[in-house]
Write a protein that binds this ligand. Structure first.
Ligand code: AMP
Length: 184
């Protein structure tokens, strides 16, 4: 489907996302099927459709801050924040944020990962939406929700473009509401 065809037909966002996310076998290491969202980002109809779908799911005025998870989460979270009229907060890999941080460490398939957020990123009780591209095992999202809560934010939800359902990442999220655009 071309962008012109999409523009003149009712938008089937799920089908468009599925068509614009590219599977890259064995990247970044053997056995991983990497979900490459760059074709989706390059298609303005698909990109805008994703941003609008996330904002419309919650509604303007329901979110104070949108958290993006490094690095692809930044690309989706920033325009979502703009359309909410909300602020944007980055959660980054350890050592990348310049001011005082809180950190969370979680297990990966091999080894561990540590992520950080600025200590002063939220005022107490701010309503926070977390956005990322892919929910896989759920470790990154669970650690991000933990960081936001420790920094004083109230996590109202997690939105992801793709949920790799077979990895059951949602089981790691407790009662955090999960909004998934496409299951893969
Ligand atoms: P996880 O903590 O296992 O849920 O992994 C989620 C994080 O890793 C997200 O920030 C994703 O961007 C990235 N990720 C994990 N698996 C994939 C995959 N198969 N394709 C693309 N990104 C992935």
């Amino acid at each position: 489907m071309t962008s012109e065809q999409v523009a003149s037909a009712p938008l089937d966002l799920g089908a468009l996302i599925a068509a614009r996310v590219r599977d890259i076998p064995d990247y970044p290491k053997p056995g991983v099927l990497f979900k490459d969202i760059t074709p989706l980002l390059a298609d303005h109809v698909a990109f805008a459709g994703v941003v609008d779908a996330i904002v419309n799911h919650y509604g303007r005025g329901t979110v104070d801050k949108v958290v993006g998870i490094e690095a692809r989460g930044f690309i989706l979270a920033a325009p979502v924040a703009y359309h909410f009229g909300a602020g944007f907060v980055p959660v980054r890999k350890k050592g990348k944020l310049p001011a005082a941080t809180l950190e969370a460490t979680y297990d990966l398939e091999y080894g561990t990962e540590t992520i950080e957020v600025h200590q002063d990123a939220f005022t107490p009780g701010e309503r926070v939406l977390i956005v990322d591209d892919v929910l896989a095992t759920g470790g990154t999202a669970a650690a991000t929700a933990d960081l936001v809560r420790r920094a004083g934010g109230e996590v109202i939800g997690l939105s992801v473009l793709l949920e790799l359902s077979f990895l059951n990442g949602r089981a790691r999220l407790g009662d955090l509401p999960l909004h998934t655009l496409v299951n893969a």
